[in-house]
Design a protein around this ligand. Structure first.
Ligand SMILES: [Zn+2]
Length: 132
């Protein structure tokens, strides 16, 4: 059973179409922290009305999801995993990693450094709102 998260409840039914693709892509691991054996949820990264494939979502574990949704629950040490996730070949994973690093960078020196060291395509920068 996979829970789905998105902005629009109607769209959540749509998102389930991508479960197979996400399972294949992630090899059933959290795409942010890499943990396996956990229940994974679909997190929508790009809110695009014409959503046509799984590239706009990522698969995340409960720990990652909770901290993304509830910033107050953020445990900075958990996000050391972003050292790997930030280099993901999946744009949506890179965007989420960059967004988290941006949030963490306010209090965590290493996060700011990692963000500066990473090369992003201009599209990714825009999606991750790094240019703001
Ligand atoms: Zn995770």
């Amino acid at each position: 059973m996979v829970k789905r998260y998105g902005q629009n409840p109607l769209r959540q039914r749509d998102l389930s179409r991508f479960v197979k693709d996400l399972v294949r892509r992630s090899r059933s691991k959290c795409e942010l922290c890499g943990c396996s054996g956990e229940k994974l949820s679909i997190l929508e990264i790009f809110h695009d009305e014409d959503m046509t494939d799984a590239n706009q979502c990522i698969f995340v574990c409960k720990t990652c999801l909770e901290q993304i949704i509830y910033p107050k629950k953020t445990v900075a040490s958990h996000w050391r995993c972003l050292n790997n996730a930030i280099w993901s070949e999946v744009p949506a994973v890179q965007v989420m990693a960059a967004r988290m690093l941006k949030r963490l960078a306010r209090v965590e020196h290493w996060a700011g450094e990692l963000l500066e060291e990473t090369y992003f395509d201009s599209e990714i920068k825009e999606w991750a709102a790094l240019t703001e």
